[in-house]
Design a protein around this ligand. Structure first.
Ligand SMILES: Nc1ncnc2c1ncn2[C@@H]1O[C@H](COP(=O)(O)OP(=O)(O)OP(=O)(O)O)[C@@H](O)[C@H]1O
Ligand SMILES: [Mg+2]
Length: 261
């Protein structure tokens, strides 16, 4: 049973690697020729390209000497990546440290985390009706990005800041809202196993794995934000996750220290 499953997985991964090599070449060719990412995946509506050209992207990054539009006490961090790479798991681990910092039971070194908050965008989409309905075949909401941005704007532009945004897209957020973009990545085998546990439809499973092989999210992050605020972190094992969360917490502490907060 286990051998048959392992054989199936390796066959799947081998075919994926071959497809991935060609798809990656095609993707980068298209990317180089058109200077924009390939087709969006998952539950993003076609509005995204319009939005990213109007409010996202490099055009929004302020010059060094420009006045700061949104002075924040805490950095806003986008945690993004292909579905299954571990965004929510990382955010929940961070949220536990935030809660401990806020009620004084955490270590002194985590004190800077006290005002942060986890924003699960999937919940905002569902509870705030930021969608045009449910796609049953794809098992996803059809996200209305205009409504989503309106729903997030008060928190993202507040003086408190400190939003840890958990979502599988990043480039819709204006650069002025964002201080760090963490792109989580996973190898094909653990990602396959994690998605298989969710019983995703085959098409959705395949698109997600292809998107990870083609590094779609990383390309979107690099296209929309300055390179120094985009960081790629591997998320294959629990040790990776622990190290990543430590690293993000240390980065927050340093960010506040640099600004004398
Ligand atoms: N670094 C890791 N090591 C081991 N298991 C992990 C790791 N990251 C995530 N997982 C596991 O992978 C599964 C998917 O993780 P999670 O739900 O956090 O992904 P996600 O990126 O939030 O997905 P989605 O975009 O669909 O919300 C969970 O069962 C989680 O325990
Ligand atoms: Mg999640």
């Amino acid at each position: 049973m286990a051998t048959a499953r392992t054989g199936k997985l390796f066959a799947y991964i081998s075919i994926q690697n071959i497809i991935g090599t060609f798809a990656q070449a095609a993707f980068w060719l298209q990317y180089c020729v058109t200077d924009r990412p390939a087709t969006r995946y998952w539950d993003l509506s076609s509005k995204s390209s319009k939005l990213s050209s109007s409010i996202g992207g490099r055009g929004n990054v302020m010059a060094d000497d420009a006045p700061v539009e949104h002075a924040r006490r805490n950095p806003n961090i986008i945690i993004t990546g292909t579905p299954g790479t571990g965004k929510t798991t990382h955010c929940e681990a961070l949220a536990a440290r935030i809660a401990a910092a806020a009620d004084g039971t955490g270590p002194e070194s985590d004190a800077a985390l006290a005002e942060l908050r986890h924003i699960a965008v999937n919940d905002v989409v569902r509870d705030g009706n930021c969608h045009d309905g449910w796609d049953a075949a794809y098992q996803s909401w059809l996200v209305d990005e205009d409504k989503l941005l309106d729903a997030l704007e008060p928190d993202m532009t507040s003086a408190r800041g400190g939003c840890i945004v958990d979502w599988h897209a990043c480039d819709l957020f204006p650069a002025s809202w964002v201080d760090l973009v963490v792109v989580l990545t996973a190898d094909t085998e653990p990602l396959y196993d994690r998605l298989a546990l969710r019983n995703y439809p085959e098409a959705k499973m395949q698109e997600n794995i292809d998107a990870e092989i083609m590094q779609v999210l990383l390309a979107e992050a690099h296209d929309a934000y300055e390179p120094e605020i985009v960081v790629e972190l591997a998320s294959n094992t629990p040790d990776d996750m622990e190290a990543n969360v430590d690293r993000i917490a240390a980065w927050v502490t340093q960010w506040r220290k640099d600004r004398g907060v």
